[in-house]
Design a protein around this ligand. Sequence first.
Ligand SMILES: [Zn+2]
Length: 63
Amino acid sequence: MNCGTCGAVLTYNELGLNKKFNANAAAPLCKGCLARKLGVTQARLEEKIEEFLAAGCKLFVRL
Ligand SMILES: [Zn+2]
């Protein structure tokens, strides 16, 4: 699957981020485009991935 804005190939964790933060969008976004849309930094999204991993969320894997 590819980013709906820039066409980058999406990783498993990026798809997970879309399920959490971009579920109603027409197309999934890569981390950079999703961060821009949400008005946060990519580092903040990385932190959220870590939080979901710590909570045992299966939408994310440790790379
Ligand atoms: Zn993108």
